[in-house]
Ligand binder design. Structure first.
Ligand code: UGA
Length: 425
């Protein structure tokens, strides 16, 4: 089949590359000429496991363009994978979506617009109305949300837990399902609003689990229990399950913070206060900041103290720093008067962190530091020569924000080590 993908960001590129892998002819369209030029030269603008190989292997079935007509020509399905960032009010900014809808050229055959961008419930209905107003009755509309996580997006796309296809017309759903032939997963066929809500509710369920385990961790700290053992103990209950029970310094990224805010706002706009989600968001904000207290208990005032942030990306396997806890930590530390150094194997911290010294290696970031915070659980940090790391620091205070390291081993290296939700020494 012929597929057009609007948007060459994380979601659009993965979607385009995976459909090409499934044997379809794909044209990816973006408004940024530099990006399209780079993609044509074979350069991949993002760090995503397996994406480079996929783009290269399927080069013959993939084209990149800035031209709307060229991308839509002959396409049976037009995927919308543009950004929907939050506005000041917390609502999703849908301007990029509307631009795509308004730019869609007339066609003498049926085209299905498939929404991959995360949008508020009700967007599909509005898009439908807008298409009808333009006289584009032969353009169908389907909500086909994505559940891929950064770092594992290619695998998640090719081996999803489920496909969700919400449509106004069953024939359109049929086309989108056919596009996924070769992917073995249960398919939920439903109305458009429910598909839109499945996406938001899935992310809300996941963030609720994270804030839940983080609060359990905080109570563990106060009472002497160990959250890792507790998570294992509750995760074995089949009704609860083990996933997304890793306590830490809070969730970040381009999706969870934005989508939880959007759902909270969506509810509020309809006159409903989503109290549980409000608490989940609040807990997450506090969780990022709790680390500062852990440092102050050891170092007193942080004024003039050197603190190293190990890892900047919101999670390992990606260069994405959107809403990363590292941003809040760097800001809080600087506000307390600390000197901050930072290292990440791929994320480009220099763009975002004003006044932070970006080091070329983890060891360099630790030179002369009074404390280190493990922010992102990069495998490189597990392998770090921690004896050498300690030797380079002025004081061996180590806060493990992801419970990645072995407490006994770190204490063996002379570190005053504390994780999240585990007994301090
Ligand atoms: C998330 C969802 O997992 C995807 O299913 C969804 O499609 C995507 O958002 C989206 O809406 O586009 P992603 O943001 O890439 O994917 O990353 P996750 O692996 O889910 O991690 C998000 C954050 O939660 C990270 O900061 C991570 O450190 C944190 N996290 C995750 C925890 O603190 N504890 C956990 O147990 C799991």
């Amino acid at each position: 089949m012929r597929v057009a993908v609007f948007g060459a960001g994380y979601v659009g590129l993965v979607t385009g590359a995976c459909f090409a892998e499934l044997g379809h002819d794909v044209v990816v369209r973006d408004i940024l000429e530099e990006k399209i030029d780079a993609l044509r030269r074979g350069e991949v603008p993002i760090h995503e496991e397996g994406l480079d190989e996929l783009l290269e292997r399927n080069g013959a079935r993939l084209r990149f363009t800035t031209d709307v007509d060229e991308s839509v020509e002959g396409a049976e399905v037009v995927y919308v994978a543009v950004g929907t960032p939050p506005t000041y009010s917390g609502d999703a900014d849908l301007s990029a979506v509307w631009t795509v809808v308004d730019e869609l050229p007339r066609a003498d055959r049926r085209i299905v617009v498939a929404m991959k961008s995360t949008v508020p419930v009700g967007t599909g209905r509005t898009v439908r109305r807008r298409l009808d107003e333009r006289g584009l009755e032969n353009v169908g509309y389907v909500s086909n949300p994505e559940f891929t996580a950064e770092g594992t997006a290619v695998r998640d796309f090719m081996h999803p837990d489920r496909l969700v296809i919400g449509a106004f017309d069953p024939a359109d759903a049929e086309v989108v399902e056919r596009l996924h032939a070769g992917i073995d997963a249960p398919v939920i066929r439903c109305d458009v609003a429910s598909a839109e809500m499945i996406k938001l509710a899935a992310n809300a369920a996941l963030v609720t689990r994270i804030s839940f385990i983080n609060e359990i961790a905080n109570v563990c700290e106060a009472t002497g229990a160990d959250v890792i053992t507790v998570a294992e103990g509750i995760g074995l209950d089949r009704r609860i399950g083990p996933a997304f029970l890793r306590a830490g310094i809070g969730f970040g990224g381009s999706c969870f913070p934005k989508d939880s805010l959007a759902l909270k706002q969506l509810a509020a706009n309809s006159g409903y206060s989503f109290q549980l989600l409000n608490a989940v968001i609040e807990v997450n904000e506090l969780q990022k900041r709790r680390v500062i207290g852990k440092l102050e208990r050891r170092l007193g005032s942080l004024r003039g103290k050197k603190v190293a942030l190990l890892g900047l990306a919101f999670k390992p396997g990606t260069d994405d720093m959107r809403e990363a806890p590292s941003l809040v930590l760097a800001g809080r530390l600087q506000a307390e008067g600390a000197e901050v150094s930072a290292w990440d194997p791929v994320a480009d911290g220099s763009v975002l962190l004003d006044g932070v010294r970006i080091a070329g290696s983890a060891l360099e970031a630790l030179d002369g530091a009074d404390a280190a915070i493990l922010v992102t659980e990069w495998p490189e940090l597990r392998e770090l020569d921690w004896a050498e790391a300690g030797a380079r620091m002025r004081k061996r205070v180590l806060i493990d924000g992801r419970n990645m390291l072995d407490p006994a081993e770190m204490r063996g290296y002379g570190f005053d080590y504390e994780g999240i939700g585990r007994a301090a020494e």
